[in-house]
Design a protein around this ligand. Structure first.
Ligand SMILES: [Zn+2]
Length: 751
């Protein structure tokens, strides 16, 4: 067996002076000492304290990765174990001297210790060794989760096991199995066989991004489900790796697959198929007693299969359109004195909450379940940012932080235009690494309510295991750092450790991980005369080339890039716009990274925000609006600035007194994603930034607004004032919420 990465490991150890290990997530303490233990081709363990699943795991891992024989003996074995009683939860230490001494507090921490030791094995077949060292470690958070949606796309038992095996290696301990949704019911329920006979199968699946117009569908029957026997097998497999499976049965929304099988539990009792389109649907479970009992029957079978303390009931994105018109729902409201449909949702969830509590379990749901009050027992998974989690913690509910900004691995992970299709959003690995489940503004007295964090993998655009691994790794390892480490090492150190051991490990395990971490990176920064494109290849992984052309008809000009290079884009004058196509090629990139930049007169101009963009969609700050880059569809988070208020104001400084001829601003209109083009947009011109006058001669279209001034105006500042609707209309996705306003580019024509 060849291990090309081991050479890199040696280089790394020299480079960092042995102060840092390759173990990820990084241990609290790692101290390297002089010398090493030679293993040859065998590693012996004192098995007195080792349970059978642990022994099996050790044996398989060592054999598969290194070809090392695992020998179980007694006091003479190389690796000795000692159980500690008075130490923090899941604490372990490893002392590598003449022999290896592992101290642990729990079976799980013994498993963690082994996986750390495993990463310290060095060398080649027949000549393995371990550097003498001392390791001491304990996790920071008790909920370290990864989620998998098997409804939008189905993953087989073998694939789910591979996913669990890998997450366990990186010391995750919670697998959130999203088993039901609109597009497929995936768990056998004996009392209601039609759930899987009908609900597990759909006749079509939307192709491309669902915002693509016109929509097309593949007409293949698609689906699958897990039998109860298979579920038991997966639960056992996870237990053997100290991973708890938290099953999710979605209610009252995202229930079209269940209602396709049993329409009598909807409000309209109308028969509808399992949808092949993504999104949020109006048809949800009716709140009548029969529907509540139906779901409680299902939970009965779920509880037998899953021993987890928490049971996830969803609770997100449930439109109230049907409930408003349903006589039975309205009767439930009257009989129980429920003021509106939002409180009816809370009543619905409380029925499940009481039921689970009675059975000795705890309910967890998405942060919408907080609206209208929860029982003391219930926990909240905060997905719409940190706010829901903060509110829940302040109400003394336990919280798992899973904000879209840091934890949605169905988002894009690099700005390489050749990234495979994703749902939208931009969550590069650096951002995941920065994740802290405890928000700064949460008072210390509530910190104990934050159980931990979790990344979610929604699979609308993840149809295969290869794509799943590509989206999950290595971002999941960055997340494991955020959830495990008491103090995270610097990102650069993480990157070095990843490169030294984990690239090789993931290859060996046949994991199709993303190489985005090593891509040559580019960044746009404003300058006095426009902006600059920096291209950086700090890893010097491969030679790469920058090619560019001006306009459509010229040919490409080529230049080979060193470690760092740049290209200037100066502002044009008047109404001149010039298209420049920049193409980056590298052997690392499967396809060249192509970027179209328009030189225009507002390029790189300073902008003052009166209304701040949302932190979730503000990747390159104000430059996003004047970087010459227009957002493409399907939209990617980093090309747009997103605002979650209904009035937006900002001021552009032309930096000197100018003659203004016109302006334009470009919006995104994607109502399925809660993003609305605004209802009104105005501009104002000022000489001093204080006294404003409103020009005449404006033309407003839908997603692009152009201002052609009837009379040219003199001034230095231009203010944009944008008004969107205050609430998403009833019957639309996200009804009742403030719509998002997304802007990709503004332009001002001036001399
Ligand atoms: Zn109803």
């Amino acid at each position: 067996m060849k291990h090309p990465f081991l050479l890199a490991l040696l280089l790394l150890l020299t480079k960092v002076g042995l102060s840092q290990s390759v173990i990820l997530p990084a241990p609290g303490v790692y101290k390297a000492m002089v010398g090493e233990i030679n293993l040859g081709n065998e590693l012996s363990f004192d098995s007195t304290l080792l349970v059978k699943p642990l022994r099996n795991y050790m044996q398989t891992q060592l054999k598969e990765m290194y070809g090392i024989n695992c020998v179980f003996g007694g006091k003479n074995a190389l690796v000795q174990f000692q159980k500690l009683n008075n130490a923090p939860t899941d604490f372990y230490s490893i002392n590598i001297g003449d022999n290896v001494k592992i101290r642990f507090t729990s079976e799980a921490s013994c498993f963690y210790a082994f996986n750390s030791l495993f990463q310290l094995i060095n060398g080649e077949k027949e000549h393995y060794s371990i550097q003498r060292a001392f390791v001491q470690d304990a996790p920071k958070f008790q909920w370290r989760g990864l989620h998998l949606d098997v409804s939008r796309h189905f993953f087989t038992v073998e694939q789910v096991k591979k996913y669990i095996d890998l997450m366990a290696f990186y010391k995750f301990n919670t697998f959130h199995w999203h088993l039901t949704d609109d597009q497929g019911w995936r768990i056998e329920i004996k009392k209601y066989p039609k759930l899987t006979e009908i609900g597990a199968w759909r006749d079509s699946t939307v192709e491309n991004h669902y915002t693509t117009s016109p929509r097309t569908y593949s007409k293949n029957k698609y689906g699958g489900f897990y039998t109860q026997e298979q579920i038991k097998d997966v639960v056992k497999y996870a237990q053997d790796r100290y991973v708890t499976i938290v099953p999710e049965i979605e209610m009252p929304g995202h229930s079209r697959a269940a209602l396709a099988a049993y329409p009598q539990f909807s409000c309209t009792i109308e028969e509808q198929g399992v949808p092949g389109l993504w999104g949020v649907f109006d048809d949800i479970f009716c709140s009548k007693e029969e529907s509540i009992h139906f779901l409680q029957d299902i939970l009965d079978e779920v509880l037998v299969l899953f021993p987890s303390q928490y049971i996830h009931v969803g609770g997100d994105e449930a439109p109230k359109a049907r409930w408003t018109k349903c006589k039975k729902c309205q009767a439930v409201m009257r009989e129980n004195g429920i003021p509106d449909e939002h409180h009816l949702q809370s009543y619905f969830i409380q029925q499940m909450d009481k039921y689970l509590t009675k059975k000795g379990r705890k309910l967890i749901g998405w942060d919408e379940i907080l609206e209208g009050g929860l029982s003391d027992n219930a926990a909240v998974m905060s997905w719409r940012g940190f706010e829901g989690g903060i509110d829940a913690a302040k109400q003394q509910h336990f919280v798992v932080m899973s904000p879209g900004s840091h934890c949605y691995f169905d988002h894009y992970q690099s700005t390489n235009p050749a990234e495979p299709i994703a749902i939208g959003g931009y969550t590069p690995i650096e951002k995941v690494y920065d994740f802290n489940p405890i928000p700064e503004k949460l008072p210390a007295s509530y910190h104990a309510y934050i159980l931990g964090g979790q990344a979610n993998l929604w699979t609308e655009y993840i149809p295969t295991m290869e794509k799943l691994e590509y989206m999950a790794y290595p971002r999941a390892i960055a997340l494991s750092q955020a959830l495990w480490c008491q103090e995270k090492p610097k990102f650069e150190e993480f990157k070095q450790a990843f490169q030294a051991f984990h690239v090789g490990y993931l290859k060996q395990r046949n994991v199709n991980f993303s190489r985005a971490l090593f891509y040559p990176s580019s960044k746009l920064v404003p300058t006095k005369t426009g902006m600059k494109l920096y291209v950086k290849d700090e890893d010097q992984t491969q030679d790469f080339q920058l090619n560019y052309k001006i306009g459509d008809n010229t040919s490409f000009i080529s230049k080979t890039i060193g470690d760092l290079d740049s290209m200037d884009f100066d502002r044009t004058v008047g109404s001149t716009v010039e298209k420049i196509t920049v193409v980056l090629t590298s052997p690392l990139l499967k396809d060249p990274a192509k970027q179209v930049i328009y030189r225009h007169p507002a390029l790189g101009l300073p902008i003052t925000f009166i209304t701040k963009p949302s932190p979730q969609y503000s990747s390159n700050g104000s430059l996003t609006l004047v970087d010459g880059v227009y957002g493409k569809l399907p939209w990617k988070g980093y090309e747009w600035l997103g605002f979650d208020t209904s009035t937006i104001e900002f001021i552009v400084d032309l930096t000197q007194k100018s003659t203004i001829e016109g302006a334009s601003i470009h919006f995104l209109d994607d109502t399925n994603s809660w993003i609305y083009a605004p209802e009104n947009c105005e501009i104002f011109v000022s000489k001093n930034g204080k006294k404003w006058s409103k020009p005449t001669g404006l033309r407003l279209d839908k997603s692009a607004v152009k201002f052609q001034l009837n009379q040219k105006m003199n001034g230095r500042f231009v203010k944009f004032q944008i008004k969107n609707r205050t609430k998403i209309p009833v019957g639309s996705n996200g009804e009742g919420n403030t719509p998002w306003t997304f802007i990709d580019e503004i332009n001002i024509y001036f001399k």
